[in-house]
Design a protein around this ligand. Structure first.
Ligand SMILES: NC(=O)c1ccc[n+]([C@@H]2O[C@H](COP(=O)([O-])OP(=O)(O)OC[C@H]3O[C@@H](n4cnc5c(N)ncnc54)[C@H](OP(=O)(O)O)[C@@H]3O)[C@@H](O)[C@H]2O)c1
Length: 367
């Protein structure tokens, strides 16, 4: 899906001068500034690099973490917010699989690299967590909202050893963006027999549309939630995989009743992060594993338990692009977007929307 290649931005002293949404320290707001991106003299890109004109980015809770953890003394003074992006390839190194004019989306999130929210980005697709062609007909906004959350959801399910076809899947927190895609991938791509999901009434319709067979309202309290899940298991059997997008550890003591053991490939997959974290005021200790998780993991390692808790951090996962393209082509991919903000004038509002934890779907910055 090539289209007219965008013009190169001005290059002065072997650097691109581009507008970017930057942050400095923990308490300062996002600010639009001109930053310099050093390029390779002559060819601009190295054989392994892409130069991309950015059309959209999206903000994730992890961006709040990066900003919250930046006390102004590490790395460049002006860091660029974001990892997720969509855009058009301007220059493509010969060793990449892309060409100028390609519309792509991806995730370049890294503590050591520049973020994605700038007019142009220069990066190595091989080291990005996600870098894929945008499927025909998908907008830049939709594509920018996908990478981290859908990539994490895909990775959880992909990490299951064996086939998920005909399996029972439980998604804890289908109201989250990660959970939204976990439900869709489980039911429609990995062909699970039954998908059970926990969410509030406000996210029930989205979850049902995504393919969930049973919805458990977590707002009714632990006992009601656990009983509802146990009822399902009585009728349909134990779960093959539990994807936990919200660090809900209420089921840990019920593992033998709800989850198949490791010897039968049973897996509890927990994404790093938690609904208990206040993303408007992030502290490192909030990311420490809970004592429940430490005890459970120790018991497994020492051979006293047959239930494994896997922690997932988004990374480049085989087959992800195919999964997205397949669901999109079949009109089976629901992409909830909470709000779209102008990148240069409204980025701080978008950031605050994510930090508030109230967003229902992704917050996108438009370039
Ligand atoms: N490890 C990684 O690579 C990675 C990648 C992406 C995200 N994450 C982490 O995963 C978590 C989810 O991220 P996200 O961007 O998908 O979140 P999000 O979209 O901001 O999720 C917010 C939603 O969580 C739901 N929720 C809150 N408390 C819940 C509970 N006790 N049980 C069930 N659902 C609850 C609410 O939905 P309803 O009340 O409407 O149901 C709320 O709307 C975050 O902590 C994030 O840091 C990690």
């Amino acid at each position: 899906m090539a289209e007219v290649t965008p013009e190169l931005p001005p290059i002065v002293n072997n650097s691109l001068k581009v507008k970017a949404v930057t942050y400095h320290s923990y308490k300062t707001p996002l600010t639009t500034k001109e930053v310099e991106i050093p390029v390779t003299p002559g060819s601009i890109v190295k054989p392994t690099e892409l130069l991309v004109q950015v059309k959209g980015t999206s903000i994730n809770p992890v961006d709040c973490v990066f900003k919250g953890m930046n006390y102004g003394c590490l790395g460049p003074e002006n860091k660029i917010i974001g990892g997720d992006f969509s855009g058009i390839v301007v220059k493509a190194g010969l060793e990449t699989k892309f060409k100028p004019g390609d519309k792509i989306f991806g995730d370049v999130m890294s503590v050591t690299r520049r973020g994605s929210s700038s007019e142009y980005i220069l990066f190595e697709p091989a080291t990005a967590q996600v870098c894929e062609l945008i499927p025909e007909g998908m907008t830049f906004e939709q594509a920018a909202s996908l990478p981290v959350v859908s990539g994490t959801a895909y990775q959880c399910l992909y990490s299951y050893k064996g086939s998920l076809e005909g399996s029972n899947v439980l998604v804890l927190g289908s109201g989250t963006s990660v959970g939204t895609y976990a439900v869709q991938f489980a039911k429609r791509y990995f062909k699970a027999a039954k998908v059970v999901a926990t969410c509030s009434a406000g996210s029930a319709e989205k979850t049902r549309k995504g393919g969930a067979d049973v919805i458990v309202d977590y707002t009714k309290g632990k006992n009601e939630k656990v009983n509802h899940i146990l009822e399902f298991v009585k009728e349909h059997g134990k779960f093959d995989i539990i994807v936990d997008a919200v660090r809900d550890e209420d089921l840990f003591s019920y593992f033998p009743h709800v989850l198949k053991p490791v010897s039968e490939n049973g897996l509890f997959c927990q994404v790093q992060g938690s609904y208990t974290i206040d993303y408007s005021d992030v502290h490192l200790y909030q990311f420490l594993p809970s004592w429940k998780k430490i005890v459970s993991t120790l018991k497994y390692k020492l051979g006293f338990s047959n239930y494994l808790i896997e922690s997932i951090l988004v990374e480049n996962t085989k087959g992800y692009g195919n999964a997205i393209r397949t669901l999109w082509a079949n009109h089976e991919l629901n992409i909830p977007i909470d709000s779209v903000y102008d990148a240069y004038s409204e980025a701080q509002s978008g950031f605050e929307r994510v930090a508030s934890g109230k967003a229902k779907g992704k917050v996108v910055l438009k370039f």
